[in-house]
Design a protein around this ligand. Sequence first.
Ligand code: URA
Length: 177
Amino acid sequence: MADLVAIHEEINACTQCALHVGRTNAVPGEGSPDAGIMFIGEGPGFNEDKQARPFVGAAGQFLNELLASIGLRREDVFITNMVKCRPPNNRDPRADEIAEDLPYLYRQIELVGPELLIAVGRVAAQSLLGIEDPIGRMRGKAHYFGEARLPVVVTYHPAYLLRSPREKAKSWVDLKR
Ligand code: URA
């Protein structure tokens, strides 16, 4: 736990890439320090940047509902993002920005020690798995991360599901897995 706090302090003070210039707050991540499941999104948005917490806007509300639908609360899992500072105008984080923050994510994974990663959305899935397939093709397949071959479930981003409600049932199927 102390080490996780130390990493989060490092993230809060990080000026490694240009994203720090526009941030109100960095958003290291939150949740159970020994969670079995880690959710990984792409990066903080407007509300996350203001509150220094991941997934607290509309997409976050929907993520909470998804968690509840499988009997979990936010406090039961660990939630973080590929990049820890908000990209300007909510654009996708760039590959170089993701690469700068990857060591933080690796350390979070190592310390929390989840049994399962859930890649939330295309950006997280493609960058975690190093593949460029569209998300529709990545869903429903077995994926593994790193030397430890940690299982990864790929699902749609809640922001996409809010725009495309007909796809919502698919994310429930993904989480049920
Ligand atoms: N979208 C993300 O990918 N992450 C957040 O924390 C919020 C919205």
